[in-house]
Design a protein around this ligand. Structure first.
Ligand code: OAD
Length: 270
């Protein structure tokens, strides 16, 4: 066993004294809810529980490529609400930045499309946006890239952008159900095997293949879950630590145990 007990203090001791140099962080929508962005599956507040106005056959259809081809309007209605630019990174994002600043972050795998990791200053080469992002957009037919300012105009006007070359539908390069994950995901997906520490935060771990990443951690690595609920079988190994807290509170406790609380708060205040 690596840990004396399943406490945050033991995790901090492990990080500082082993010393840990390779941390893999796996995140989902729960790290952005305190920024004001809803997650997907929380029963009352999640996006999927609040889409009745879009008249979808089922909630996930809004992110389904086959449905989008027939009816892109619900997605574009929602896109206006979700478009990056109006949200501020959370303390949990700053904690990931802090890990990067300290040279400990091997890779962040995020399912989020809000670009808040970059905004918090996590270096782009350390981020795998497993479900893509709003950073680029292209035609779903001929793949031609589409101009950023043009799509913003359409999103603001709630009109549907079309490809100037083939008239196909244009879509931000976020991964829809029925689409492949980006090549960067497959190029990096074995990195959790190299990690001394895997931190999972703010995800229900329901969407594959992302949901399988925590299982790749070696048996002698430590896995920490910071989430409102237990997910993905975390807690089943002797060196798993489950912190059933708000993500911001969980990282605050971990930073405090590490003696990094001032660094963390300074970064967040930037
Ligand atoms: P979910 O909404 O499925 O899960 C969010 C998780 O975070 C849940 O377990 C919540 O309990 C927890 N949570 C929410 N707020 C929290 C907070 N402040 N502190 C701690 N925990 C909190 O979101 P994801 O797991 O990210 O994919 O969803 C995965 C994928 O499903 C998304 O990337 C998206 C969606 O369909 C696509 O659209 C392709």
């Amino acid at each position: 066993r690596q840990l004396k007990s399943r406490s945050i203090e033991s995790v901090a001791h492990y990080i500082l004294n082993r010393p840990v140099s390779k941390v893999v962080v796996l995140t989902g929508a729960g790290i952005s809810t305190s920024a004001g962005i809803p997650d997907f599956r929380s029963p009352e507040t999640g996006l999927y529980a609040n889409l009745s106005r879009l008249n979808l056959p089922y909630a996930e259809a809004v992110f389904d490529i086959a449905y989008f081809r027939q009816n892109p309007e619900p997605f574009y209605t929602l896109a206006a609400e979700l478009y990056p630019g109006k949200f501020r990174p959370t303390l949990a994002h700053s904690f990931i930045r802090l890990l990067a600043d300290k040279g400990l972050l091997l890779k962040l795998f995020t399912q989020n499309i809000d670009c808040l990791e970059r905004e918090a200053g996590v270096p782009g080469d350390l981020i795998v946006e497993a479900h893509g992002s709003f950073a680029e957009q292209s035609c779903i037919e001929c793949k031609l890239f589409y101009d950023k300012d043009e799509i913003r105009k359409h999103v603001a006007a709630k009109t549907i952008p079309r490809c100037p070359s083939c008239d196909g539908l244009v879509k931000p390069e976020i991964v829809f159900f029925g689409e492949q994950l980006p090549a960067a995901f497959f190029a990096n997906r074995m990195l959790p095997v190299e990690a001394d520490l895997v931190i999972v935060m703010g995800t229900s771990l329901t969407v594959q293949p992302f949901a399988s990443l925590p299982q790749l951690a070696r048996e002698d690595a430590v896995r920490v879950l910071i989430n409102k609920e237990v997910v993905g079988g975390l807690g089943s190994r002797a060196d798993d630590v489950v912190v059933l807290e708000d993500c911001d509170e969980g990282v605050r406790q971990l930073a405090k145990a590490l003696g990094w609380l001032n660094d963390l708060e300074a970064l967040w205040a930037e």
